[in-house]
Design a protein around this ligand. Structure first.
Ligand SMILES: Nc1ncnc2c1ncn2[C@@H]1O[C@H](COP(=O)(O)OP(=O)(O)OP(=O)(O)O)[C@@H](O)[C@H]1O
Ligand SMILES: [Mg+2]
Length: 366
């Protein structure tokens, strides 16, 4: 294994990334608007956001494929803002593999070692090591065209990590794969990261993927980072309506702020999980799996009475649709095996739902 080889390319210890006040304009359009972000050494950080939010632009700036208009990027103590890509010592996985079709698997993976003048013997050792990490042992002589999508993706990954870069950047590396393979690769990438501990910046617009893989998530919208937190905090405490809506399955309902400890929804007073600051507009962000029947929970809860409207079978779970007195609908997710003792009520029957105060998330307008 290369780490133990005496002739190994010196392994650069993992370094952190500091992005300070970075802006990037295309004409009059702000692709990145004063972005600051520190990625800790060895961290797996995901940039998550809708199409056009600036994720690839930020990744390209880190990689050196795009120039910044203002601000700076440092890797450890080194300002790399103006360094060309090949001098940054990073491994990059692009959205569409970007493999060399005329080379076989081995030569694709060996490519970054060739340009670093790694001697042939060590080169072969490292390629073997990288291919085994991505579970492609023995496929070195295969042509790229003879690989499945998932295998190509692994070759791209092996090529990015073969020289043990201190920083790995990945732009939607799994987007071309089907759901099953994507989920398997997510876990594999996570395991690989635990082994290598390279500082990793990962781009996706798939919120579940981000929640699964990341130490922290930077949620982006319109060229800005709107929230930077660990996955459970992003999920349970979104900072505004954009994040609440983008992550997970929520129903957003307009509520009136009575004071910081009370909001009103359809004449029902609710106690929020956290003090509600004054703002233009407030929403209750109701996650369907946090709603229960009022007899299933005690302690500090808010009660939401309504009328039963429908139940939708979704395999592992059932979605109950309940209408509030003001006509708004909310949905409650019930795991299939927790439905046993609940007979579906008649349409229009009164049901009393409850949500713990700790889960009563009130967000402001963006
Ligand atoms: N070379 C360019 N010239 C002009 N506009 C650009 C250029 N590159 C990106 N943009 C614009 O900058 C914005 C951010 O683009 P970017 O590629 O960073 O988005 P993204 O978050 O990666 O989106 P996606 O999820 O679709 O990949 C978009 O509105 C895009 O049209
Ligand atoms: Mg992109």
């Amino acid at each position: 294994m290369p780490r133990q080889s005496s002739t190994a390319v010196p392994h650069t210890a993992s370094v952190g990334i500091s992005i300070a006040n970075v802006s990037k304009r295309y004409g009059s359009f702000n692709a990145l608007d004063d972005v600051s972000l520190n990625v800790a050494s060895g961290e797996f950080l995901t940039l998550l956001g809708p199409s056009g939010s600036g994720k690839t632009t930020l990744l390209n700036i880190l990689a050196g494929f795009a120039t910044l208009d203002s601000g700076s990027v440092r890797f450890g103590d080194v300002d790399v803002s103006t360094l060309p890509p090949h001098k940054r010592g990073i491994g990059v996985v692009f959205q569409h593999y970007a493999l060399f079709p005329h080379m076989n698997v081995h030569d694709n993976v060996a490519f970054p070692l060739g340009i670093r003048n790694v001697p042939e013997r060590e080169r072969n050792d490292r390629v073997r090591w990288a291919l085994s990490l991505v579970q492609l042992e023995g496929l070195g002589s295969r042509r790229i065209s003879e690989l499945s999508g998932g295998q190509k993706q692994r070759v791209a990954l092996a090529r990015a990590i073969v020289f043990e870069p201190s920083i790995v950047l990945m732009d939607e590396p799994l987007s071309a794969l089907d759901k099953q393979l994507r989920e398997r690769m997510q876990l594999e990438l996570r395991k690989l990261h635990e082994k290598l501990r390279s500082t990793t910046v990962y781009v996706t617009h798939d919120q579940r993927e981000a929640l699964t893989m990341s130490d922290r998530i930077a949620v982006m919208n319109k060229g800005r980072i709107v929230q930077l937190d660990a996955p459970p905090t992003i999920y349970d405490h979104p900072v505004n309506s954009f994040v609440a809506d983008f992550i997970g399955e929520s129903t957003l309902m307009d509520v009136e702020r009575i004071h910081e400890g009370c909001v009103r929804l359809a004449n029902i007073d609710l106690k929020p999980a956290r003090p509600v600051p004054d703002a233009r507009r407030h929403f209750l962000a109701l996650r369907s799996e946090k709603l229960v029947f009022d007899d299933e929970v005690d302690g500090d809860v808010n009660i939401l009475p309504g009328t039963f409207e429908d139940a939708v079978f979704q395999g592992e779970s059932m979605l109950w649709i309940v209408r509030l007195p003001n006509g708004q609908r909310m949905s409650m997710r019930r795991l299939a095996n927790s439905n046993g003792h609940r007979v579906l009520p008649e349409v229009g029957a009164t049901v009393r739902l409850a949500i713990k105060v700790g889960n009563t998330v009130v967000v402001q307008d963006e």
